[in-house]
Design a protein around this ligand. Structure first.
Ligand SMILES: Nc1ncnc2c1ncn2[C@@H]1O[C@H](COP(=O)(O)OP(=O)(O)O)[C@@H](O)[C@H]1O
Ligand SMILES: [Mg+2]
Length: 270
């Protein structure tokens, strides 16, 4: 049975797609079978792995949009595409997803559960199913993701607007938990933090003071190595495993697993 994880927040540019790419590859390179699911109509994750032209040419029935479309009946095989990396598979998004970007998904009856059966079926074939959400917590792709997974995690930038997104993230988590009682929030992690910037130090202190153990110990620094790896079409640990950014990524993946293990232990003890 897979661990199903959604990476989400209310803001763009916080590192959701970068995180999904990099930790997905870490798990895959450790021998796990990993499915990454792109829920963002901008399709950055899909373009990273398949290339822009290939994504543009995908028929809707080969993309995640098919799961929101009553006229399609996709099988797992239709929606699971190989990547250039061993053990790492992708369910792509494309612009076909745009028309399913409903702003009030909780009013759409069964449609809001569009991802549940797919994630459940994928769970039987993979060790990890990781969902990359668009930068809006209330629209259909994120809402349907929160209703379909066991775990959620949220990257946060050390800046005011990103901190302000916390209230919206917490509100949506609470709403989703009313419907999906298996959903557990693993926490916030700081992304693109710069060292020797006193503003970032102050924001980190503030975040940890307010959110305490809801904040990951691991902090992802802003580093050129991560951008370079992306430019080369490679996950960071594949591009250069000796960089500090690669080590932090492995650490982040390990902390995520540790948090999942703690939760499972607490549940068994309860
Ligand atoms: N740790 C990092 N260091 C440097 N650049 C980063 C880092 N994380 C993300 N980026 C860059 O920031 C931009 C936004 O990241 P992305 O993962 O697309 O965010 P999101 O999916 O949340 O919109 C991208 O250009 C990416 O290369
Ligand atoms: Mg993204």
């Amino acid at each position: 049975m897979a661990k199903t994880i959604c990476v989400f927040t209310n803001k763009g540019g916080t590192g959701k797609t970068t995180t999904v790419t990099n930790i997905g590859y870490v798990f895959a390179s450790q021998g796990a079978k990993v499915l990454l699911v792109d829920l963002d109509p901008q399709s950055s994750l899909s373009k990273f792995f398949l290339g822009s032209e290939a994504v543009h040419d995908l028929h809707r029935s080969q993309t995640v949009a098919a799961l929101f479309d009553d006229t399609c009946e996709p099988t797992l095989k239709d929606l699971v595409h190989p990547t250039a990396f061993d053990n790492l598979f992708l369910t792509p998004a494309s612009e076909h997803l745009k028309k399913h970007n409903h702003p009030e998904p909780h009013k759409l009856g069964q449609l809001q559960f569009s991802l549940q059966d797919f994630v459940a079926e994928a769970s039987e074939h993979f060790d990890f199913v990781i969902l990359d959400c668009p930068p809006d917590v209330s629209n259909m792709p994120t809402w349907a993701s929160l209703l379909a997974v066991q775990f959620a995690v949220s990257p946060i930038l050390p800046e005011r607007f990103s901190m302000q997104a916390i209230a919206g993230v917490d509100k949506q988590l609470a709403a989703a938990r009313e419907v999906n009682n298996r959903l557990t929030f693993l926490g916030y992690f700081l992304s693109q933090r710069r060292s020797r910037i006193s503003l970032h130090d102050a924001i980190e202190d503030n975040l940890r003071g307010l959110q305490r153990d809801r904040v990951f110990d691991t902090v992802v620094p802003q580093t050129i190595a991560i951008s370079e790896a992306q430019q080369m079409g490679k996950p960071i640990t594949n591009y250069d495993n000796s960089t500090p950014a690669a080590k932090v990524t492995v650490q982040l993946a390990a902390e995520l697993l540790g948090r999942i293990a703690n939760i499972s232990q607490q549940r068994r003890a309860a």
